[in-house]
Ligand binder design. Structure first.
Ligand SMILES: Nc1ncnc2c1ncn2[C@@H]1O[C@H](COP(=O)(O)OP(=O)(O)O)[C@@H](O)[C@H]1O
Ligand SMILES: [Mg+2]
Length: 559
């Protein structure tokens, strides 16, 4: 007998299910997309144990009759297209007819649905490939319950991250659906607690207000752009409202949630030099393009798309951003020459100004011998310094970040460096932010923070480390949390590294380009930095250029 045999249908289904359903959030995405395609205006999502135990999506959409429910879980069963050409005209989110079939192959599935023409509702269960349908009662719409995901694919189960991580992916997804479908009410219940709950509204602005808060809205500029290739609308952040992570970039193409390097790059290019290196603009952008000019069928999860004319889309996006920023006058520059002398500085610079003396606090105990003597601060960014054998140009931010990082890594820092507030500050975080904070509360205590979880997503900051300025401690804390959560989202490390927190705190507490330093501060910073083991920041950026007097001598033909 030969060695080759045809795989059973069940095995084939499980293998291909892996492409569509990678983790719990993939199930949520497929089910919510189905509800949106079914024209629901109320979508309720419930998850238990990070979605491993239960994912339930309930909608009030058009529903299905008995015949359709029964077919819906078969492979390539779809009501949305009938030929390949339809894909290139498609406006619905689904079209491959694979989701329900894939889900049913790797979980215990139950669908209850009723359409407006049926007297009764029907319940379909699929367990181990066996379909069973019976009559039941329910209102118009559909409820899909997915239980024990990957119960029959243990390898998948093993590769899933912690419950918190899986849950926060789901939260972030529903957040994005809520942004792109303002006319739909969304509710997300996580292990019995309502984590997100928004009612249908008329405008994007109202929805953003509810999801992101007033401060966020106040820092947005409206985008309205159209040319022959694309239409862009939505909001972008003012340049001085940039973030350290890409977490606040929401991009939708034909109302589809996508990740696309071309668009992200174009947005950043639109800001040109208005945003410092390593920071990212905020954006909530909707791009409409003729469906025949994109290909969404390059990945089963449909999260990537291909533009037929990439260059044109890129340049149109850059124009859309530039035009919006140009209307906002006067444009704040990132590194203005006269930061400290002008009165109408933006809030960004005000924060920097108040911070200028923190560094002397931090390094007041400097009494070691000097390695180099500062000569001058250049462009409020670099320090020019001289030693016996040459000159140094030092990046003040990198230098301070490295010095802080070294200090923070020494675990001897503890309670004695905490400064306490007279009245504690309360901090409202979103779900994924509070997950991260809860997880790292102990590490933060070691750094000198005194923070207490005050129930659900509220925290009380009672004290902060000496080296932080009171005025912006909470802002720094939020930036740190966002950066750490971004780090985790992008890494496949199972063991999460606690140094990321120290790294983030050091980076966000350090002086930046634009901060004016006094001579004493420069003396201390330069010499502490030169004494560090290496002159790089913890993220790997170099902090120093040295030119020896020998090299200078050679250039001048003296030696
Ligand atoms: N929530 C829902 N409400 C109404 N119909 C649904 C719902 N979910 C699925 N369906 C029906 O089941 C079919 C198969 O769904 P799915 O496997 O996700 O494939 P696709 O969305 O690509 O068509 C859909 O085409 C639709 O007709
Ligand atoms: Mg679908």
């Amino acid at each position: 007998m030969g060695k080759i045999k045809i795989l059973s249908t069940e095995t084939i289904k499980k293998i291909s299910a892996g492409e569509v359903i990678e983790r719990p959030v993939s199930v949520v995405k497929e089910l919510v997309e189905n509800s949106i395609d079914a024209q629901a205006d109320k979508i309720y999502v419930e998850v238990k144990n990070g979605g491993k135990k239960l994912i339930r999506v309930k909608d009030n959409g058009i529903g299905m009759n008995k015949e359709d429910i029964f077919l819906s879980v078969d492979r390539y069963a779809t009501s949305k297209i009938s030929s390949i050409d339809d894909i290139y005209k498609i406006r619905s989110l689904g079209f491959r007819g694979e989701a329900l079939s894939s889900i049913s192959a790797v979980s215990k599935l139950e669908i209850i649905s009723k359409d407006e023409n049926s007297e009764v509702a029907y319940k379909l269960t699929v367990i181990n490939g066996e379909k069973k349908i019976e009559e039941c009662t329910s209102s118009r719409g559909t409820v899909v319950s997915v239980m024990d995901l990957f119960y029959n694919v243990p390898v998948r189960l093993k590769f899933l991250k912690s419950i918190e991580t899986e849950t926060s992916h789901i939260y972030n997804l529903i957040f994005k659906f809520a942004i792109s479908n303002v006319n739909i009410s969304f509710r997300l219940e996580i292990d019995g607690n309502v984590s997100l709950n928004v009612l249908a509204v008329k405008s994007l602005k109202e929805r953003l207000y509810e999801l992101l808060g007033k401060e966020f809205i106040d820092n947005l500029l409206e985008v309205k752009f159209k040319n022959e290739e694309i239409e862009v609308f939505g909001y972008i952040g003012k340049p001085d409202f940039s973030k350290t992570t890409k977490n606040y970039q929401y991009i939708f193409v034909n109302n589809r949630i996508i990740t696309d390097k071309v668009i992200s790059h174009a947005v950043l290019s639109g800001y040109e030099n208005l945003i410092p290196h390593n920071r990212y603009p905020v954006c909530i952008l909707f791009i409409n393009i003729d469906p025949s000019k994109i290909d969404i069928n390059i990945h089963p999860t449909k999260r990537e798309i291909k533009f037929i004319n990439t260059n044109l889309v890129h340049s149109s996006m850059v124009n859309a951003i530039k035009e919006t920023l140009r209307k906002e006058k006067p444009l704040p520059k990132v590194f203005p020459e006269k930061v400290t002398t002008t009165n109408n500085t933006t809030s960004y610079y005000k924060i920097l100004e108040t911070r200028t003396n923190t560094i002397s606090e931090l390094i007041k105990d400097f009494d070691a011998e000097l390695i180099a003597k500062p000569i001058q601060q250049l462009k409020l960014m670099y320090i020019l310094a001289e030693s016996d054998d040459g000159i140094y140009i030092i990046d003040q931010h990198v230098a301070h970040e490295k010095v802080l990082y070294e200090k923070l890594s020494k675990s001897s820092l503890s309670q004695n460096v905490t400064q306490y507030y007279l009245t504690p500050i309360s901090l409202e975080l979103n779900f994924s932010q509070s997950n991260i904070l809860n997880k790292y509360l102990k590490d933060l205590l070691n750094l000198g923070f005194d923070i207490e979880n005050f129930g659900k997503n509220t925290f009380l900051i009672r004290g902060i480390p000496m080296f932080l300025k009171e005025s912006n401690a909470e802002k720094i804390l939020i930036k740190v949390i966002d950066e750490v959560s971004e780090d985790f989202a992008n890494s496949n490390l199972v063991k999460e590294d606690k140094n990321v927190f120290i790294r983030a705190v050091a980076c966000h507490s350090a002086v930046r380009a634009g901060d004016k330093l006094t001579y004493d501060e420069m003396v201390k910073l330069v010499n502490e930095f030169l004494k560090c083991d290496i002159q790089y920041c913890p993220h790997g950026r170099p902090g120093l250029i040295k030119i020896s007097f020998d090299e200078i001598g050679k250039k001048f033909g003296r030696i």
